[in-house]
Design a protein around this ligand. Structure first.
Ligand SMILES: Cc1cc2nc3c(=O)[nH]c(=O)nc-3n(C[C@H](O)[C@H](O)[C@H](O)COP(=O)(O)OP(=O)(O)OC[C@H]3O[C@@H](n4cnc5c(N)ncnc54)[C@H](O)[C@@H]3O)c2cc1C
Length: 333
């Protein structure tokens, strides 16, 4: 029996695996993507229920030059849905009420900004530049600004994006722009005033048909090079490449590849990558994944008195709410 040999095997068919496989295919590589579930997209999944379109994962993506290029190549430029202008307005929950995060009299007089916070912003430019290779987001903000700014403004932002703890998240892996701002300008405030204003403006976008449109377009490009219901069981290292064993519909199959790209969740990677050492396996097993629960609520418009003129709101920890925030989906696209 001839066993097929590939240049690249990609493990996992979420957005990371799909883009990795697509890029390898573009470089002329013979590529195969293996996905355990019966659909591609991983965390990204748009579903329709009772007339509503629901995103089960992220509801928008931030653009950059590479993403624009990809969208163009996939031919889905005409399907882009941009945020309504109002969606750039964000709110934070403060004393049980959403407070608009835009410089305004209402914000100044709300009691949200303490004297210490204003002073920290005004004097930030005089603080010494950090010398650490990396540090937690919390450490960075306390060092450059202060603990109130961390707790009231940064903490909800970090939980909103990563559902993670700023005390544990690495600054350079999450907000590398902040790290660069300090390194290049010596101060965040100075950087904000001096940064190249002509740089690419990042926008939050979705597509007609939701984020699944992006997944479907990648799926189409990959064609038979991406297979679903193929659970990877083991990857062993050989002298001249790798042997990948996977189960497809109860049958055990294997293929060979010169290189393997793993985009599996770290726990799965630690179990299937046979050749990595015990220390790395343990580190992979210790990476925390924040569990997320989404609740979709729908109200008749006439029953909501306020204008939903914003993206939604995030909740600082000290508000003691059992959830992270709310997105006003119907207002943003
Ligand atoms: C509600 C929500 C909101 C989010 N909002 C944002 C946001 O605003 N901004 C942002 O940047 N990120 C956001 N994220 C995170 C972002 O969606 C994910 O980081 C990203 O989609 C992960 O993609 P991935 O391909 O790396 O992993 P995944 O999507 O997890 O894909 C991994 C794939 O590997 C497959 N797999 C697992 N084990 C095996 C195996 N043994 N063999 C083969 N395949 C296997 C899985 O089935 C899965 O399809 C959000 C996530 C959620 C849940």
């Amino acid at each position: 029996m001839m066993i097929e040999t590939y240049d690249t095997i990609v493990l996992g068919g979420g957005i990371s695996g799909l883009v990795a496989a697509y890029n390898q295919q573009k470089r002329g590589k013979h590529v195969l993507l293996l996905e355990a579930s019966n659909r591609l997209g991983g965390v990204i999944n748009t579903v329709y229920k009772e007339g509503y379109r629901l995103e089960q994962g992220p509801n928008s993506i931030l653009t950059n030059a590479e993403l624009h290029e990809l969208i163009k190549e996939l031919g889905i430029e005409d399907k882009i849905r941009k945020n309504e202008a109002i969606a750039s307005t964000r709110y934070l929950l403060f004393k049980d009420m959403p407070l608009k995060m835009k410089p305004s009299w209402a914000l100044l007089t709300s009691g949200f900004l303490t004297f210490g916070m204003v002073w920290a912003f005004l004097t930030e430019r005089f603080r010494k530049k950090g010398t650490l290779e990396d540090e937690s987001i919390a450490n960075f903000i306390r060092r450059r600004l202060n603990a109130d700014i961390l707790n009231r403004m940064i903490n909800p932002l970090v939980t909103g994006v990563y559902a993670g703890d700023p005390e544990k998240l690495s600054l350079r892996s999450t907000f590398k722009k902040l790290y660069a701002m300090e390194q290049d300008y010596g101060s965040l405030v100075k950087a904000m005033f001096n940064r190249d204003k002509n740089g690419h403006k990042r926008e939050a976008i979705s597509f007609k048909g939701g984020l699944t449109t992006l997944i479907k377009a990648l799926e189409k490009k990959l064609g038979e090079s991406a297979i679903t219901s193929a659970r990877v069981k083991q990857v062993t290292s050989l002298d001249d490449g790798f042997k990948i064993t996977y189960n497809q519909e109860e049958n055990q199959q294997f293929v060979f590849a010169k290189e393997v790209i793993s985009t599996l969740p770290t726990i799965a990677a630690s179990k299937v990558l046979d050749f990595i050492d015990t220390d790395l396996k343990q580190e992979l097993q210790q990476v925390e994944y924040a569990p997320m629960l989404l609740l979709y609520l729908s109200y008749p418009r006439q029953n909501v008195r306020q204008k939903l003129n914003g993206f939604g709101y995030l909740i600082p920890k000290q508000e003691n709410q059992p959830y992270l925030g709310g997105i006003w989906t119907s207002a943003i696209f």
